[in-house]
Design a protein around this ligand. Structure first.
Ligand SMILES: Nc1ncnc2c1ncn2[C@@H]1O[C@H](COP(=O)(O)OP(=O)(O)O)[C@@H](O)[C@H]1O
Ligand SMILES: [Mg+2]
Length: 282
């Protein structure tokens, strides 16, 4: 059996996937997305193997290379549809709401005035703003009052147009941590708590959040699977917050990092992913 791993960086995760596959006797072609010749008129070469694992850190590179591969008949984990949805916070929120998965109250606008009106009206002058595309907590900002909102929204209006899609969300009262669970196919394989660092309100480990093992209860399992199914099929990292009225899902991640989960929770994430990939390969 042969598979390919599409990447732009080779991180700990990609090396672990390569090893997990090789250990199972699977031949792996490591494809740097920047070297791919996406000739729309030619047939896909055999070098991609029976299935491709999409691991690009860049959402746009991942999205476009997944589209190319899938249209050429290749099986890609994750597929184009779930990559599109998971890669955009508005699409993810829409999918969660549609499927009645508890999620923080969210409102989107494309104009500065409308966004300020939502901020003051619906959210009572306190909200979180997020770029619809992005990760690692980047540009996720807590707007604590009107002048903070004015400053941030005004700045974003003059940035790349994508940042003028103002995605505002209620600031959720939660402990100084959140939960990240991993869904692979139909199973939740493990999870971690992520504690925010002293100087930040965000829990992302990329900005200093500390990981601890989280036991998967039936309730966590249920909400994780429902969140993943709202977005599609494949491998997902589900971000969950604990509130007084139960769990809420604030993000579904497509190509997730999992080093901390392997190290802290002792879950064999790369092995589980490769087993799943074996199952979906032709
Ligand atoms: N509505 C919210 N209320 C409180 N904290 C939040 C909220 N949304 C996000 N956060 C915090 O900010 C972090 C980053 O937000 P998230 O939506 O996961 O974006 P990213 O794609 O950057 O990880 C979350 O992990 C959480 O710690
Ligand atoms: Mg997140």
């Amino acid at each position: 059996m042969k598979i390919s791993i599409i990447h732009d960086l080779v991180r700990w995760e990609e090396k672990a996937l390569l090893k997990a596959a090789t250990d199972r006797g699977i031949e792996v072609s490591m494809v740097d997305v920047k070297d791919m010749d996406m000739d729309l008129d030619s047939q896909l070469s055999d070098s991609y193997g029976g299935v491709s694992i999409q691991r690009c850190t860049s959402y746009y590179r991942g999205l476009h290379s997944t589209a190319f591969l899938e249209y050429k008949g290749q099986i890609v984990v994750n597929d184009l549809n779930s990559t599109t949805t998971a890669g955009n916070k508005m699409l993810t929120s829409l999918a969660l709401v549609k499927n009645r998965v508890p999620t923080p109250r969210t409102s989107v606008s494309t104009g500065y005035e409308a966004a300020m009106k939502q901020f003051s009206g619906k959210f009572g002058n306190r909200a979180v703003i997020k770029p619809v595309t992005g990760s690692w907590g980047r540009m996720v900002a807590l707007l604590n009052d009107k002048s903070a909102a004015t400053a941030v929204l005004e700045d974003r209006e003059y940035m790349y147009p994508l940042y003028s899609i103002f995605y505002l969300q209620e600031y959720v009262r939660r402990p100084p941590r959140d939960i990240r669970t991993f869904v692979v196919g139909d199973r939740v394989i493990g999870g971690i708590y992520r504690y925010q660092s002293e100087g930040d309100w965000r829990t992302n480990t990329a900005i200093g959040g500390r990981a601890e093992k989280c036991e998967i209860t039936p309730e966590l399992e249920d909400i994780s699977i429902r969140a993943a199914r709202s977005v599609g099929r494949g491998v997902f990292g589900i971000d969950i917050m604990e509130t007084d009225s139960g769990y809420v899902v604030h993000e579904v991640n497509g190509t997730t990092e999992f080093k901390n989960t392997v190290k802290v929770a002792g879950v064999d994430v790369p092995g589980e992913i490769i087993e799943y990939v074996k199952g979906v390969a032709r």
